[in-house]
Design a protein around this ligand. Structure first.
Ligand code: AIR
Ligand code: ASP
Length: 283
């Protein structure tokens, strides 16, 4: 039997997690903290046992996503606050998936929180705390050298698959998946993998019966009952582990089509249509 991997030096400390080296240089240990920040760390606090809940929730969902066919960084949960993951280099593109309008989307477009978004909106944000993680399109991500077109395409397709799976997974737990953020990384073999965490810190989850918020918005908006909401999400996920999911039909053609629209936002035809052409028809 292999010895249990031990955390060695601290490689990185983020707002909610620490990352430690271990003896195998292809792997790292992630430790989940109780620290909470919001609005790009303008608001700070702690949520008791948040690290324990997020580690457990994330470990369970990542293992399930691997079985569903999404490659992830996750290997195993080591302790209440620690998990062993593959070491990846994070792609500095945050992927936001929105099934309903909420948060910055509702503010940006002046729409009411809760309206259904059809089709599901998948957005890129530049992962740069100093800039407040600004939204960007695919051309910007490529032009800034953050990712190439093939990586964006793969991230888009994985994000859609993750949304299908998580939407059904949270539904059996009596929760609606309103929106969430994903991050991806490149492993030692050059493979793109889902990385970071999936938890009430990174997803908006509304109780399917009452509409009550069961996620980090309770902290962001001072709604109270933050600890209880996190614990309740974990309790429901644990209780519904193994319950068969009602997964949506996968429409490959439709996904491919939406995806191409996204990537070719600024292709030649749309530029031609937008710009006056010298010598061409005018008016
Ligand atoms: N998110 C974005 N940055 C960090 C996180 N956790 C998540 C939020 C929300 C979704 O992305 O938790 O689920 C959209 O966030 P916003 O603030 O853009 O509305
Ligand atoms: N986690 C991010 C922050 O600390 C964004 C958020 O969740 O609101 O600012």
């Amino acid at each position: 039997m292999n010895a249990r991997p031990e955390p060695r030096e601290l490689l990185y400390e983020g707002k909610a997690k620490q990352v430690f080296a271990c003896d195998d240089t292809d792997l790292v240990i992630v430790r989940y903290k109780d620290d909470a920040t919001a609005f790009n760390a303008a608001k700070r606090g702690t949520v008791q046992d948040k690290g324990v809940v997020n580690n457990a929730v994330s470990a369970m969902l990542y293992a399930e996503l691997e079985s569903f066919g999404v490659p992830t960084h996750f290997l195993e949960q080591l302790s209440p606050r620690e998990q062993l993951v593959r070491r990846v280099s994070i792609v500095p593109v945050e992927v936001i998936v929105r099934n309903r309008a909420a948060g910055t989307f509702a503010t940006r477009y002046g729409v009411e929180e809760g309206i259904e978004l059809d089709p599901t909106v998948i957005e890129w944000c530049y992962k740069a705390d100093a800039l407040g993680d600004p939204p960007m399109n695919s051309a910007t991500a490529v032009a800034l050298g953050l990712a190439d077109e093939a990586q964006l395409e793969a991230m888009f397709d994985y994000a859609a698959d993750v949304n299908d799976f998580l939407g059904a997974r949270f539904a059996v737990a009596g929760l609606e998946l309103v929106d969430f953020k994903l991050e991806f990384g490149i492993d030692a073999a050059g493979e793109l993998r889902l990385a970071d965490e999936i938890s009430p810190d990174t997803c908006r989850l509304w109780d399917l019966a009452s509409g009550e918020k069961m996620d980090k918005d309770r902290f962001r908006r001072d709604l109270g009952g933050v600890e209880e909401a996190y614990q309740e999400v974990w309790r429901r996920l644990r209780e519904t582990q193994g319950v068969p999911l009602d997964l949506p039909e996968h429409d490959e053609a439709e996904l491919e089509h939406e995806h191409l629209d996204e990537l070719h936002d600024l292709d030649d035809d749309s530029l031609d249509a937008a710009l006056p052409r010298p010598g061409g028809p005018r008016g």
